[in-house]
Structures are given as C-alpha cells and as structure tokens.
Design a protein around this ligand. Sequence first.
Ligand SMILES: [Ca+2]
Length: 253
Amino acid sequence: MRSIEHMPQKNKKLFFWIAIFSCLVSISGDKVSASYYNRGFFADRVPPPQLAAFSGVTASSNAINLTITYPSDTSDYEVVKIYRSSGSTAPVGCNGDLVVTLSSFTSFVYPDANHPENGVFSYRACIYDKQNNVTMSQVAQNIPTCSGVWSAGFCWYLGAAASSCDTACSSHNECNISGTKGYAGSGGNWTQCKGILNALSVTGAYDAGDAGSGNAGYGCITYYNYYNYRITDPGTTCSAVATDVRRVCACGN
Ligand SMILES: [Ca+2]
C-alpha cells in the first residue's frame, strides 16, 4: 500500500476530507460522544441530570421528611449531597448544613431529624458526577403546620392569663424558645413584640414598649387590655408564669 506522501494530489485531498468527515460524524452523535466521554477520551464536562422531584414536609416533632425522586437515568450520578438552611431562603450554591451524602440512587423518603428547631427549613441537593460536575436541584421546603398565627417563621399563640408558654404550647408541639425569647422576647426587640401582638389581634391596649428588670422572664406580654410591653431582663423563658398578664408564645405548630 502506498503511503500518503506518494498519493496523487487528488487522492490526498479526498483522503483529507474523508478524515475530517469521519471526525465530525463521531463527535456529533450523542451516543457516540457519550461513549467517548465515558471511556475518558474527552473530559466529561456534562453535569448530571436534574432530580425528577424534591420536596419536604413536616412529619412530626423536629422531623422533616424529604422525598427524593431520581430521574430514570442516574448513570452519570456519583454522589448526591443535601444541604439545609434555616428559614425560607434556600442554601446558596452547595453550602449550608450538610444533611446527608447519598451514593445509591433509588427514590426514597429521607427523614431529617437533626434540624435545630421547629419552623421553616430549606433544602437543596447537589448532584455530582465522577468529574465533579455539579447540578443543583430544585429547592425543597417543609410546609409547617400551624393552628395559631404564622408570622416571622414561627407559630404564635396568646397564652391565657397566668399561663406559661409551656402550658400555652402543651398541645402545640412545645414552646419554641427561638421565637418566644429570640424573636418577641428578651432576645428580640419591642417592634417585633408589638408586631406579633398585633398579629394576634391584641389591639386597643396602650403600647408601653420595653420594660426593665424586676419581673420574671415573661418576655412579650399584654396586661389584659391595658398595657402591652416587653420585659427585657431577665431573659425570657418558656416556663415563666405571669399573674394577670397574657404571654406571647411561639409554639411548634
Ligand atoms: Ca457527566
């Protein structure tokens, strides 16, 4: 067989164009190019396919069930990491608290029982392939149940007179100290306390604002229909009982 150098000029050109055409054919077909990727002929720069579905729901006290539905083809999946953020703002990128790392891909319900408090949590799955290409999933968010008044990420109740928040929340999945103290009580501010009082339809009473020490840890309260105020010190507790006043309590649901 003659080498290329000894071909007539016409044959060289034909040989050249056949070679170019063959290359184009082999890299244009999806299947062909995928097999080249898989064999490592080219670096895989194609991120894995999206999850088919991703959702969350409050299941029980401090437990959120995440339903993870995989696409029909997970051959490009190497690992799936699920991240969580507190509140309704989703994790930005693949950051936040790592909830779980998954390496087998059968659709299932993952119970997240390690989140810090009741309330809204947002989740995002990051799907990696072998080359570390990543696809960020849809955002999943638990939908909290609240029989009281939902505001600022907490479920609020107005306790009865001479009732602690532990009592007010006894049939509502416990007193939530992050809301009771941290948002409306001693850890929050008067504007937030007043906002929740208004949300609870406590109107017509005089807004006395912040009040100092000397009382137990009542936090945000209304003194019947005369005064609304916030005890700033000592720190608000769930157990404090305030004679003659009604406490603002964040509960679990
Ligand atoms: Ca890939």
